[in-house]
Design a protein around this ligand. Structure first.
Ligand code: AHM
Ligand code: MG
Length: 336
């Protein structure tokens, strides 16, 4: 029975039997992410003190090197997952290539790989605006006990076993799905535990918020330009209101709670869109669908896109079902 007193750790164990594969391995993996999230949260919350504690590149009072937060977050997540021997491979926005773990060890039986954007929206850190971590989990497709290959990482989003994000906002939340709905947990910083604060999160079927970087308007496909004009028209429940933080996790989180649509279309500056399919769009698309929302590139369901490279970019339209359907209608009618 889920209740608001339930911690994330308890929830993971209690819901273990609902996972597609029930060996406890996924529970351990989720618990490692939970731990790393707390470590990164601690550091993110100190970000404003960087001038006092020492800027990036300096050595702090304990003799430790100060690092940029995105580099730091990358290290924390990778070290946590590697040292606890919990996955067989990791790919990160911060790493050119994937990392194979214990690839020489035949006894290494780990089945899962993780794709991660350790600190998304990092341009917001210096100005005290929310940032996030995004993660995506798959079962490997190559045999257990052998080194992972690129094939393990280039799986369609529909194959995800779990996905989630951590939003370092006014409070810190971890939101995730294992394919049985979406649940959100808020960190109580005094105790250091995440508590179930948002059970069964769902996107309102429609909403009145559109989130897009309108500075790129002239560069957008005609379908998106027309859809933005539709959002601004005075008719029925419109005009909609525009909200754009520039931090995917925060924009998504707000839209899921209030009802809205997030768009990062392609343009001449970003011919394939800006956001990365494997560790930004797919996990968000999985969460969106699990929460009753929708996600596509304007034509194709995000989770059906066949990945061709680790850092591939795709156009991304994601949010309340009816709003995404309307934007797709405009793309079909007016296209590029
Ligand atoms: P990043 O991975 O370099 O942080 O970029 C991803 C971020 C998203 O969080 C955000 O929605 C988008 O980039 C904002 O881009 P822009 O500043 O072009 O609007
Ligand atoms: Mg990113």
């Amino acid at each position: 029975m889920s209740s608001k007193n339930q911690t994330l750790g308890e929830f993971i164990i209690e819901n273990q039997s609902a996972f597609r594969y029930t060996s406890g391995e996924l529970s351990r993996l989720l618990n490692s992410l939970r731990l790393a999230a707390k470590v990164v949260n601690h550091e993110v919350n100190k970000a404003g003190l960087v001038d006092i504690l020492g800027a990036a590149g300096d050595v702090n009072i304990q003799g430790e090197n100060q690092q940029k937060l995105d580099v730091y977050a990358n290290e924390v997540f990778i070290k946590t997952l590697t040292k606890r021997n919990i996955v067989c491979g990791i790919a990160s926005e911060e790493e050119d290539d994937f990392i194979s773990i214990n690839s020489q060890d035949e006894n290494h039986q780990n089945k899962y790989i993780v794709l991660i954007d350790p600190l998304d929206g990092s341009s917001n850190i210096d100005v005290n605006v929310s940032v996030g971590t995004i993660f995506s989990i798959y079962r490997r497709v190559t045999p257990v006990g052998t080194p992972v290959t690129i094939e393990d990482f280039l799986q369609k989003g529909s194959e995800q076993v779990a996905a989630g994000y951590i939003v370092y906002g006014t409070s810190t939340m971890l939101v995730y799905t294992t394919g049985h709905g979406v649940n959100g947990f808020t960190l109580n910083p005094a105790i250091g535990s995440f508590y179930l604060s948002h059970p069964n999160m769902t996107f309102p079927e429609t909403g009145n918020i559109y989130s897009v970087n309108e500075g790129n308007y002239l560069d957008f496909p005609l379908g998106i330009k027309k859809y933005i004009k539709y959002c601004q028209e005075e008719e029925g429940d419109r005009p909609y209101t525009s909200r754009y933080i520039g931090s995917l996790v925060s924009d998504f989180h707000r839209n899921m709670i209030k009802g809205g649509i997030y768009m990062y279309p392609k343009g001449s500056r970003n011919p394939d869109g800006k956001l990365r399919l494997l560790y930004e769009c797919n996990p968000m698309a999985f969460l969106a669908e699990q929460a009753g929302g929708k996600s596509s590139d304007g034509y194709i369901r995000t989770l059906d896109v066949v990945p061709t490279s680790l850092h591939q970019r795709v156009p991304f339209i994601c949010g309340s079902k009816k709003m995404v359907e309307k934007a797709e209608e405009f793309m079909r009618e007016f296209g590029e």
